[in-house]
Structures are given as C-alpha cells and as structure tokens.
Design a protein around this ligand. Structure first.
Ligand code: ASP
Length: 311
C-alpha cells in the first residue's frame, strides 16, 4: 500500500502580498482547504485518485473566487464558456470538454465523457446535450455571475483584446484562476484534473490548454500526474504536461528536474507565464511556477496540510 497524497492549485500569476487583505487571503485558503479535505477523505478510505481529483476540482469549481465553474470569467459575449479535463494514470484513460455553458461541474462532465461516451473530447452545445442525457446538473446564468469577474470583463469588453483572469485595476493582482488537482492513491495509481473559465473577453470559441490532454493535464503511472495553469497559448505550444512526463520517461529526469526545466527555463524563454502541480508514484510533489504566486496546497497521509499563495 502506498501513502496517499493530493495536491491542488487555484491558479498562478502576479499575486502580491501587499495587495491582499487578510480577509481575502483567509477566503482563498478556505477554498483550498475545503478541496484538499474532500480529496483526502476519498483517498483515506481507499478511494481512487481519479475520484479524489474529481471531487477536489468540483469543490474548487463550486467556490466563486476561482475561475472555474461558479466564478468563471466572462467571454466577449457576456457568457461563461468552460473547459475541463481529467486523466487516469493506470490506463491512460482521459476525458475532456471545451466551451460548455451552464454546467455546474465541467470536470464531472469530463469524467462522464471518459467513462460513458466512447470518446475523449467533446465540445460546445453537443457536449451539453450529452451532459443532459447523462442527467448532470445545470445552473441558470446568474449562478455563474460574480461582481469581480463582471468588472474585469467591463474593462476590456469593447476592445479586441482578451485578458487573463486578473484584477490589476482594482487590487493590482494578476492571476490565472484555473483550478486543478493531482493525486496518488493507496494502490499506486495517479490521476490529474483541470477546470477553467479560460480568459476574460475570449472570442471566437477560444480554447486554452486546460481541456487539452497533454497540454494542461496528463497522468501516467510510469511517470507523473500534472495539472497546469497559466497563459494557455504557451502551454499548448509547449505541450507542457506531456513534456514533463516525456522528460521523465525518455530522459530519466526526476519530477523536480522535469518541472524546473519546463516551467523555469523552456517556458520562460518562450515568454509563457504560469505554473503546474505534479506528483509521481513515490509521492513526490512539485508545485512549480514562474509567476509571482500560485494558489496551492498539499495534503499527504499522516502529515499536516500545506497551503501557499506567494513565492
Ligand atoms: N490556462 C488557462 C487558459 O489559458 C488559464 C488559467 O490557467 O487561468 O485558459
């Protein structure tokens, strides 16, 4: 039996201590803690890493401060279009969805796609039809509304630009609020999941790295499980999650070496900002980012919880 462990993130970016209020910080930490406890509970009763990452990400999706599920950013049309993915390391099974609206928990849909659709990646209105057929919960538009995201969208909505999830004007904070989880269960199986609202004011059906298996999410019991957050266009081009796995599989890198090389060297040279969480089958965990902060946490069997925000 392995010692189980779970790690989560709630997005990376310019998160400055000087601009955070103690109340806000406590709220973020509460959101992270809830997610870790939910995932840990599943792992500690012998549940699978797949169920643990799904439950942890659902908890983060239900928490409005993160850019996923409730609290997802606005598109150029004033809608919320969400992306999510999930992967199981033992058999390389994966499920992913992009551009869905009104779905309460996109990561749950990703798992149902993996288990019941016979496909890996569904998108848009037809993915919503599949979710309805599977009786997954939907919510009205106002469920996804948050004042902060609305203001972010108002600032850019009449421009051609899109914006990463940040609040520079109001708080000076710039972050990517995507959420994700990676876990190792007592059977030695790895899993990863990621969920996001994408970028504020995104247009033309823009899809980032989060739902793309190999870019934003990857899991393989021979190497690692990875969930990314950051400027999706760069993470897509660098195929970040799979690149980490490949460096371990083909070059014999440790998880630490692979994460540092890809996030702190390769991506930096490309100009890509962000980070990732990773775990291997020995229970080694990396929380690696090239931005100023990343909402993050770890909970290992029989150990104290770790929560971090800043560098
Ligand atoms: N990676 C996400 C995207 O580009 C954004 C984020 O991490 O917040 O859609």
């Amino acid at each position: 039996m392995k010692k189980h462990a779970i790690a989560i993130h709630g997005g990376a970016g310019t998160i400055l201590r000087t601009l955070m209020t103690p109340e806000k910080e406590a709220q973020y930490k509460q959101g992270l803690q809830n997610a870790l406890l939910v995932g840990n509970e599943i792992l500690s009763r012998g549940g699978s890493s797949l169920d643990a990452v799904e439950a942890a990400v659902m908890s983060l999706e239900n928490f409005p401060l993160f850019n996923a599920g409730k609290g997802a950013v606005f598109t150029n049309k004033g809608t919320h279009e969400m992306d999510a993915s999930i992967m199981e390391g033992k058999n390389l099974e994966a499920g992913a969805v992009s551009g869905v609206s009104n779905l309460q928990n996109p990561v749950h849909l990703a798992k149902v796609i993996m288990q019941k659709s016979g496909h890996v990646f569904l998108q848009g209105a037809d993915a919503e039809l599949f979710a309805k057929k599977m009786n997954l919960p939907f919510q009205e538009n106002d469920y996804f509304y948050t004042e902060e995201r609305y203001k972010q969208w108002q600032d850019v909505k009449d421009t051609e630009g899109y914006q990463l999830d940040h609040t520079v004007l109001e708080t000076g904070e710039k972050k990517f609020g995507t959420v994700g989880a990676v876990a190792l269960d007592v059977f030695g199986n790895l899993a990863a999941a990621t969920s996001t609202g994408g970028m504020t004011n995104k247009r033309f059906g823009r899809v980032g790295d989060s739902p793309v298996i190999g870019a934003g999410t990857y899991a393989n019991n021979h190497t690692c499980a990875i969930s990314c957050t950051g400027h999706g266009e760069y993470f897509l081009r660098a195929v970040v999650a799979y690149d980490i796995s490949c460096l371990m599989e083909y070059k014999g890198y440790t998880l630490n070496q692979a994460c540092n090389f890809v996030i702190k060297d390769k991506l930096v040279k490309m100009g890509g900002e962000g980070g990732l969480i990773g775990i291997d089958t020995h229970g080694n965990i990396e929380l690696c980012f090239n931005s100023e902060g990343m909402y993050r946490g770890i909970l290992r069997q029989d150990e104290e919880m770790y929560l971090g925000i800043y560098e």
